[in-house]
Design a protein around this ligand. Structure first.
Ligand code: T4K
Length: 367
């Protein structure tokens, strides 16, 4: 059987059917209905955040959060991310300015931020990549010093805590993705968390065309509402999330047992004080030490019907779409990491025998 980088977690069919049954009575399918409201309430509680707004997907959540914060000019961000992060900035008519990442955890390097600030900079948009926490204290200090907003792309960081605080409490806003491939999914879906109550209304209108009342349209909004079926999926998956994360942890620990001490392989280092969600298992391959290049290793796994992924290659400042339009920036660490990283299969129901097989194949490729 093929093994992919991930496999969506799903509740029992009966559990989901039970959750969507009321829809056949109400005929209320979307537009912030009762299941949406129930889910939003439960999620706010689970993530321990003061405010939360649901969206049809993580990307629109981020795009509209940028709009809601009235950002303009330039935003300092990381190129070491999924297309969505950079696209969300560009689609708002704002220029992304690429900041390099740290070589040990691949999050934005705070020491490189200040030199990129200009009189056009309005915000910093870092990514808690692979669910690892950015240096939130340093980023906060810089933001305060230069009066900049901070939006975290927390697409990978569902349920992560840092010193007991939910990840969605840092910065002015954080975006979460509930895509099918994430630790927690609503099939497609996303959310923005924040603390400023005034932000709430704006986000609420923006996801529904900017409509305030039947007679009033205040904003140029989009359609980014989470429907009742996806909210029901969220309610079901939230019931099992603790167990799901524990199962991922067991997979993570098994990988670590195999790879620690293997020359030329580097595993992820979570920040001290955080409780991770084990969303991805990135393996950094130093070809000159390990003896095999990332692409060769990936190909070898494919031969065994195992499909690891090169998240994130190419880095977004290498995208064809941006050639000649955006400044690449000075990002040697991101350039290098994106060429040497492989994210191995990681999901709650990945059998331990499969992990054994993956590790044995990887190790067989060392010099
Ligand atoms: N910011 C960051 C940092 C992100 O990583 C993402 C999304 C976003 C923002 C935007 O959030 P969303 O708007 O997506 O909510 C996948 C996901 O589509 C994307 O959500 C995710 N990041 C990105 C890292 O990965 P692909 O194109 O690599 O997915 P795909 O279709 O190749 O799927 C990978 C594997 O997952 C498949 O081989 C099998 C498994 N799978 C896939 C699907 C679609 C399932 O088991 N079930 C499924 O339904 O982008």
């Amino acid at each position: 059987m093929s093994i992919f980088v991930t496999r969506s977690s799903m509740p029992d069919l009966e559990e989901f059917v039970e959750e969507i049954k009321p829809i056949w009575k109400s005929h209320y399918l979307t537009n912030m209905g009762p299941i949406y409201k129930k889910f939003q309430y439960q999620l706010k509680d689970y993530l321990s955040v003061p405010q939360l707004s649901l969206f049809a997907n993580g990307h629109m959540a981020l795009e509209l959060a940028i709009q809601a914060l009235n950002l303009s000019g330039e935003i300092i961000t990381t190129p070491y991310t999924f297309a969505s992060t950079t696209h969300a900035i560009v689609r708002n008519g704002i220029t992304p300015v690429f900041c390099d990442i740290k070589p040990d955890d691949y999050t934005m390097d705070p020491e490189k931020i200040e030199e990129l600030i200009t009189d056009k900079t309005t915000a910093i948009l870092p990514v808690h990549v692979y669910g690892n926490m950015c240096d939130v204290e340093a980023i906060d200090r810089i933001a305060k010093k230069y009066d900049l907003k901070v939006i975290y792309d927390a697409a990978h960081a569902f349920g992560v805590t840092y010193n007991g605080i939910g990840v969605g409490n840092f910065g002015d806003a954080s975006m979460f993705s509930f895509h099918a491939t994430k630790v927690f999914n609503t099939i497609e879906g996303g959310a923005v968390t924040f603390s400023d109550v005034s932000f709430r209304k704006r986000l609420h209108y923006l996801k529904n065309f900017g409509i305030v009342t039947e007679d009033e349209v205040e904003d140029v909004g989009a359609n980014a509402k989470l429907d009742e079926f996806r909210a029901a999926m969220g309610i079901c998956n939230l019931r099992h999330i603790k167990q799901e994360i524990l199962k991922r942890k067991a997979v993570f620990e098994k990988y670590m047992e195999y790879f620690q001490g293997i020359d030329g392989l580097r595993t992820i280092h979570y920040r001290a004080g955080m409780v991770p969600n084990y969303s991805y298992f990135p393996l950094y391959i130093e070809p000159e030490v390990f003896g095999t290049e990332r692409d060769t290793l990936c190909q070898k796994l494919n031969e065994y019907d195992i499909y690891a992924r090169k998240y994130f290659y190419p880095a977004t400042n290498e995208f064809e779409a941006y050639k000649g339009k955006l400044n690449h920036g000075n990002t040697p660490v991101s350039d290098k990491v994106s060429k040497n990283i492989l994210t191995l299969p990681m999901f709650a129901d990945l059998p331990m025998e499969a992990v054994d097989r993956i590790c044995e194949i990887v190790i067989s490729m060392s010099r």
